[in-house]
Design a protein around this ligand. Structure first.
Ligand code: AMP
Ligand code: ZN
Ligand code: FE
Ligand code: FE
Length: 279
């Protein structure tokens, strides 16, 4: 059994890469992919922990892509920590985020709200700053009544302090992953917000663009949903993969490896990815 989708403190998980790796070893997994959002910072620590724990680490990340109506995340596997097109793209996203954070502070100040970047940093514990940390800071300062109210009244799409961020297109992500020696896999396809027909067409076009796989065994999907996605993967010649989307205490229903208790991603999923990579 394996888990190809986990987050650590290097993005928005509650546990360090070392702990995530230890949890995977304790769960008896043969391999684990660390897939933090839009960054590779956790991989070197995870690599060390994996060699101690004698578990295989698949170096990954989860890239937020430009898409509507829903959310598109693309998992990249076999990413090297060294330079490459994917790495530069992630670096550009990070620069954009920093600019955006400054603009967000400026906008909130314009709205008469006293808040500094340090207030927001205090909520992030060293991880990449995003709107969730702004929301937490606004609650702590008594500006918003709750985390959700901070989004509804200020930070959410259409709100007075909404500042969009840069996104990479799915095709660009697939291309730069390939150019960096990595493989691209569509994460949790049901977050795309598409009905069966449009989802089918999208998978066809992404497969055409070089997508390698699709996440079918996802922590929060029902058996029926997993089976439906397995059929879709097969129809489009995509490798079926899976993982828990572990975030530690931030998604307390999900455990490394077993998800909500009913997840079992077969070793063959990783073997199939490897075969595609070799080919
Ligand atoms: P960012 O990447 O900085 O734009 O932050 C995105 C995160 O903010 C998402 O992953 C959600 O956790 C949170 N978020 C975005 N929109 C909302 C919303 N309307 N209500 C609650 N949380 C939201
Ligand atoms: Zn996450
Ligand atoms: Fe995701
Ligand atoms: Fe995730």
């Amino acid at each position: 059994m394996i888990d190809l989708h986990c987050h650590s403190t290097c993005s928005d998980g509650s546990e360090t890469p070392t702990t995530v790796v230890r949890l995977a070893a304790e769960a008896g997994l043969s391999a684990l992919a660390l897939t933090d959002h839009d960054g590779l910072e956790g991989l070197s620590e995870a690599k060390k922990a994996a060699s101690t724990a004698e578990i295989e680490l698949v170096q990954g990340c989860e890239v937020s892509c430009k898409f509507s109506p829903g959310t598109m995340h693309i998992l990249c596997y076999f990413v090297e920590v060294e330079d490459g097109p994917l790495q530069s793209q992630l670096e550009r996203l990070r620069q954009d985020r920093m600019t955006r954070n400054d603009r967000l502070i400026g906008r909130l100040n314009e709205l008469g709200i006293e808040i500094s970047l340090d207030d927001v940093r205090a909520e992030a514990g060293g991880s990449t700053l995003g709107r969730p940390h702004f929301a937490a800071a606004l609650v702590r300062k008594g500006v918003a009544e709750s985390y959700q109210a901070a989004f509804d009244q200020l930070l959410g799409k259409g709100g007075p302090a909404y500042i969009p961020k840069a996104f990479i297109s799915p095709e660009e992500t697939i291309d730069s992953a390939a150019a960096s020696g990595a493989l691209a896999v569509l994460a949790h396809p049901l977050s795309l917000g598409l009905g069966p027909g449009p989802l089918d067409s999208l998978l066809a076009s992404l497969a055409e663009a070089g997508l390698t796989g699709v996440e079918c065994w996802y922590g929060r999907y029902s058996e029926q949903e997993r089976q439906r996605l397995l059929r879709l993967a097969e129809r489009h010649g995509l490798v079926a993969t899976g993982g828990s989307d572990y975030h530690g205490s931030f998604k307390p229903d999900l455990s490394v490896g077993t998800g909500q208790g009913d997840l079992e991603v077969p070793d063959s999923a990783l073997a199939a990815l490897r075969e595609r990579r070799a080919a």
